[in-house]
Design a protein around this ligand. Sequence first.
Ligand SMILES: Nc1ncnc2c1ncn2[C@@H]1O[C@H](COP(=O)(O)OP(=O)(O)OP(=O)(O)O)[C@@H](O)[C@H]1O
Length: 316
Amino acid sequence: MDENEIKQAVAAVAGARATVRIEGDRAGVVLDATGLDAKARDAMEAAVRMAAGPGARVVVTAERANRRLIAVASGKGGVGKSTLAANLAIALSHEGRRVGLVDADIYGPSQPRLMAAEGQRPQAKDKVLIPVPTPYGVPMLSMGQLIEPGKAIAWRGPMAAGALGQLVEADWGAADTLVLDLPPGTGDVQLTMIQKYRPAGAVIVSTPQDLALIDATRAIDLFNKAGIPIIGLVENMAGYACPHCGEVSDPFGQGGAEAAARDLGVPFLGRVPLAIDIRTASDAGVPPATDPADTVFRPLARAVAGWLETGGAGAR
Ligand SMILES: Nc1ncnc2c1ncn2[C@@H]1O[C@H](COP(=O)(O)OP(=O)(O)OP(=O)(O)O)[C@@H](O)[C@H]1O
């Protein structure tokens, strides 16, 4: 093939994305893969190699997407942070954002179960992890996929931060939003993550109890110190609706988180009721936000999407 033939063959599969140069007796192609997801990029790269002939040197480049991180954090464990992160990621994708989910919860990585991706091991290409798909159109990576199932993790701070970095710096393709399920608490691992990856904003989850709210205040303080804006506070497990008689009771008190948000000067994003349906759907790997009739998580996601579009500072 002569130079023109090679150029035509490459243009036929990659259009204006490819620039061809002849280097001695072989072709050199620079392929711009900006905006393609990992699968489309691999397919185009393979097609270009075929078209450019034997021995061709193909270099794939991509502009870094203007991707923004949303940290979902809590001052203590068990308040529903992972549940909120999964549902927020799915509901944000319904808002038209291209969303990826990073499960950085080293103490209890639960996203593979919540997102029906259990048992899937991520592949790596050139030492960069490739997120696994989920049935909900939100690719994800979890610490739970990098360790042996059921094994406890005893990470030291720097080790954990290094491993978590691989998740954030994975090949997220065209994703414009990464929801980051942070480990609970306000220790070194959280601080390192926040400082290194500078989320655009943070959503803080708390239950209505006073003690949980004190911990949430600490989490807010951590983000404030790092100069990361708080998108808002979500009250989880607020008000229990009896599945039999429908009576609503407030086992953990009422209105505490909203009042705390007011006192702290952070927006209050809304409440998620304590509901058996939420737990059973989550355990079954079908997050409630997948239901078009969901009226709990989708409004929260609209608030977060609105924040990103208008007020949210700190784009990466
Ligand atoms: N609003 C809710 N109604 C009923 N159950 C809920 C609700 N939110 C969370 N749960 C249940 O509570 C348990 C803990 O939730 P989740 O794992 O999301 O908390 P977490 O804060 O991420 O915990 P950890 O710190 O252990 O990661 C789960 O079994 C979950 O299904």
